[in-house]
Design a protein around this ligand. Structure first.
Ligand code: 6PG
Length: 250
C-alpha cells in the first residue's frame, strides 16, 4: 500500500479479482479493529457492479471466525429509486452476494428507502436513523468505521453526480435528488457524511475508469465529484486494478 498524502493510500492489484480479494482482507481488518476498540462496527456498502466481487470475497471469508460479523451494522451509501427486490437495487445486489451469507443480524441491516412516495421525507428518516445509530465525531456528524464507494466513468461517487443538487449540500447528511444525466432520482450520502468517516474505501477497477482515476489521483486539482472524497480525520484507500490505474504513477 502506497501512501500518496497524509491519509490517502493507493493499492494496485494485477486484476479486478485480486483487487476485490485485497479489499476484502482490508475490510476484515477494519471490522476487527473497530469491534476490538468500540465493540461495534458501522459500515456503508456501495452499489454498482464493481463491489460484487468484493462482497463474494467477503462472503467466502465468513467461516473465518475472527471477523465479528454479529457486531456489524450495515447501511448503504446510495440507492436507486426501485424496490429492494428489483434487479437494479443496490440492497438486492449486496443481499444476494454477502448479506445472505454473513451472520449479521437482519435487524442490523438498514436498506435505503429510495423508492418511497415522499423521497425527501424518506431521506430525512434515513439520516435520523444514522444519527441515532452511528456514534458521532467531535463536530456531531455520525462517524462510520467504513464507507465503501465506487466511481463512475463520469467521476460520480455514491449518487453524487456532476450537476446534481446534492453535490454542494452542506447541512444534510442524506439527500434524495434528481440526477440530470439519468433522468431518475437517487438517494445518497452527502460529502458531509462521507468525509466524517474513519475509513473510506474507493474500489475502482476496469480500463473504463482509467481516465477518471488519472484525474482523481493526478497532480492537478480535479472538479470531479469523486475528487471531493477527502476524509477530514480518516483514512482514504484507493483499491485499484492495473487497468484502472494505468494513468497513475504510484
Ligand atoms: C450506484 C453506485 C455508483 C457506482 C458507480 C460505479 O448506485 O450505481 O453507487 O456510485 O459505484 O456508478 O458503478 P460500477 O461499479 O457499476 O462501474
Amino acid at each position: 500500500m502506497t501512501r500518496t498524502d497524509p491519509a490517502r493510500h493507493c493499492h494496485v492489484a494485477s486484476t479486478a479479482h485480486q483487487a476485490a480479494a485485497d479489499a476484502a482482507r482490508l475490510i476484515s481488518r477494519i471490522i476487527c479493529r473497530a469491534v476490538a476498540e468500540r465493540q461495534e462496527c458501522n459500515i456503508a456498502l456501495a452499489g454498482g457492479t464493481t463491489p460484487r466481487m468484493l462482497y463474494v470475497a467477503l462472503a467466502e471469508m465468513v467461516c473465518d471466525c475472527d471477523v465479528p460479523w454479529g457486531s456489524v451494522k450495515v447501511f448503504f451509501s446510495d440507492e436507486r429509486d426501485v424496490p429492494h427486490d428489483h434487479l437494479d437495487s443496490n440492497f438486492r445486489a449486496a443481499q444476494r452476494t454477502l448479506l445472505d451469507y454473513a451472520p449479521i443480524p437482519p435487524q442490523q441491516v438498514f436498506p435505503m428507502p429510495a423508492d418511497a412516495e415522499d423521497l425527501d421525507e424518506a431521506a430525512r428518516t434515513y439520516e435520523a436513523l444514522i444519527c441515532d445509530t452511528v456514534p458521532p465525531e467531535e463536530a456531531g456528524v455520525p462517524r462510520f468505521d467504513l464507507i465503501l464507494l465506487g466511481v463512475g466513468a463520469d467521476g460520480h461517487t455514491a449518487s453524487l453526480f456532476p450537476d446534481s443538487p446534492g453535490l454542494n449540500e452542506a447541512d444534510r447528511l442524506v439527500v434524495s435528488h434528481r440526477v440530470p444525466s439519468l433522468g431518475r432520482s437517487r438517494m445518497t450520502f452527502t460529502f458531509e457524511l462521507i468525509n466524517a468517516a474513519r475509513n473510506v474505501m474507493m474500489l475502482i477497477t476496469g480500463s473504463d475508469k482509467a481516465d477518471v482515476v488519472g484525474q482523481i489521483l493526478g497532480a492537478a486539482p480535479s472538479s470531479l465529484p469523486a475528487a471531493r472524497v477527502r476524509p477530514t480525520d480518516g483514512e482514504l484507500f484507493f483499491m485499484l486494478d492495473a487497468a484502472a490505474a494505468r494513468n497513475v504513477s504510484i
